[in-house]
Design a protein around this ligand. Structure first.
Ligand code: PLP
Length: 424
């Protein structure tokens, strides 16, 4: 390898410090150029479901690329077909046979917003254009997905450019009914939800009553219910899909992150023929140039095969329980921990200034970011979260292959990092 450049030059927008220069990884570890081994409790950005360094995935991607053809997304290829068959036969909810590939989470959520609108338009309801979102929520960084979501930090400054989509609170069934009526169902095309709220809320889990109401209201008014499973999909929560934990019945399911496992940039939008067929009859659904890129499909197919072969979804459930037990033991009574929550290996720890009163740290102190920096100084990476009602949380989204010893270390370092951030 030629001499490496200056890592500080990498950032598009210069920041206070350069990140570690990562040159490889294996299992739950990232290796840096200086020889550090960073324990990846966040799975990067909750992505690395099968763990790092799987040669098998790289080989499959290489073989697909070596075939040497770019194929326009409207034509099938063996890798596209293989991934599609695997998804429909083994991963998607019953009846979900139509899949649109994308290059990641934001493209998937943006395409789903377009899909909801296209469906309503194609069945003769052109007045329906709004997509209801939740507060807080995060669905990506295209202008459409920022508009549908409610992540204060990531919306800031863009407001004049965003469509005025309605929002409902993350766990208030009565407000859902009220807002839909106030907005007029005849203007609403879709309703987008994270089954467990990710980066904006640090794994907020809403009540069954809330999800039953959302599903019922959408069914009643023929509103397309979209489950954004970009973080929660492909086993992250200990079940195939996050929505399976709740009485939540989506019409559209989105995936990203875990589908490619961090190896390939790929996402998907999946639905039933009753949603897709009217759109097809009206003229189809425009693709992205790299929708279902052949090598990306080969990589995702290999990732899913590994999850199946090694029964890693079940492992996510089991190791997630062990993680939560350890967190309760170590932090259950901690004065700055308000709640430990989540499902499977998708777990958030909410941090507050005063656990008894619920008082939060002021947003500008960026407490969660400081805890994450303390963790990284101790060679453990956690994913920071928070917006709106949740100022500060850190998230665990480690590879499903995590061991008990690694869990012990993740928890031990988190305690030290919280204490150091408080003292600092
Ligand atoms: N939707 C959810 C729920 C997410 O958590 C994210 C990313 O964190 C996205 C969409 C956007 O995905 P991407 O960053 O791959 O564009």
């Amino acid at each position: 390898m030629t001499a490496l450049g200056d890592p500080a030059r990498y950032q598009f927008v210069p920041g206070p410090s350069a990140g570690p220069l990562v040159v490889g990884g294996e299992g739950c570890y990232l290796f840096t150029a200086e020889g550090r081994r960073i324990l990846d409790a966040g799975g990067g950005a909750i992505v690395a479901n099968i763990g790092h360094g799987r040669r098998e995935v790289a080989d499959r991607v290489h073989a697909a690329m070596a075939q040497g053809a770019y194929v326009v997304p409207i034509w099938p290829t063996p890798h596209r077909l293989s991934l599609l068959d695997r998804l429909v036969e083994r991963w998607l909810p019953d009846g979900f046979t139509q899949v649109f590939f994308t290059s990641g989470g934001s493209e998937s959520t943006d395409a789903a917003i377009r899909l909801a609108r296209a469906y309503q338009y194609s069945v003769g309801r052109p007045s329906r254009w709004k997509v209801v979102g939740r507060h807080p929520s995060y669905h990506g960084m295209t202008l459409g997905t920022i508009a549908a979501a409610s992540h204060s930090g990531r919306r800031a400054g863009f407001e004049p450019m965003l469509l005025d989509f309605p929002k409902v609170p993350w766990d208030d069934p009565e407000a859902v009914v009220r807002v839909i009526e106030q907005e007029d169902p005849d203007t609403i095309a879709g309703f987008i939800v994270e089954p467990i709220t990710g980066a904006s809320g640090g794994c907020l889990v809403a009540s069954d009553e809330y999800w039953a109401t959302v599903s019922q209201v959408c069914r009643e008014h023929d509103i397309v219910l979209i489950a954004d499973e970009v973080m929660t999909g492909f086993g992250r929560t200990g079940r195939t899909w996050g929505h399976e934990h709740f009485p939540l019945e989506p019409d559209v399911v989105l995936g990203g992150k875990g589908l490619g496992g961090g190896y390939v940039p790929i996402g998907m939008v999946a639905t039933r023929p009753d949603i897709a067929s009217p759109i097809a009859a009206m003229g189809g659904f425009m693709f992205f140039t790299f929708s279902g890129s052949d090598a990306m499909c080969a990589g995702a197919d290999a990732v899913l095969e590994i999850l199946e072969r090694e029964q890693l979804v079940e492992r996510s459930a089991e190791m997630g329980e062990r993680l939560v037990q350890r967190l309760h033991t170590a932090l259950g009574d901690h004065p700055h921990v308000a709640e430990i929550r989540g499902r499977g290996l998708f777990v958030g720890v909410q941090l507050v200034r005063d656990r008894d009163t619920g008082e939060q740290f002021p947003t500008e102190t960026r407490f969660a970011a400081r805890v994450v920096a303390e963790g990284l100084a101790r060679d453990v990476w956690y994913y920071p979260a928070g917006s709106g009602p949740v100022h500060d949380a850190v998230m665990f989204g480690c590879p499903f292959v995590v061991t008990d010893t690694e869990l012990d270390r993740m928890v031990e370092v988190l305690v030290a990092s919280i204490d150091a951030a408080v003292a600092g």
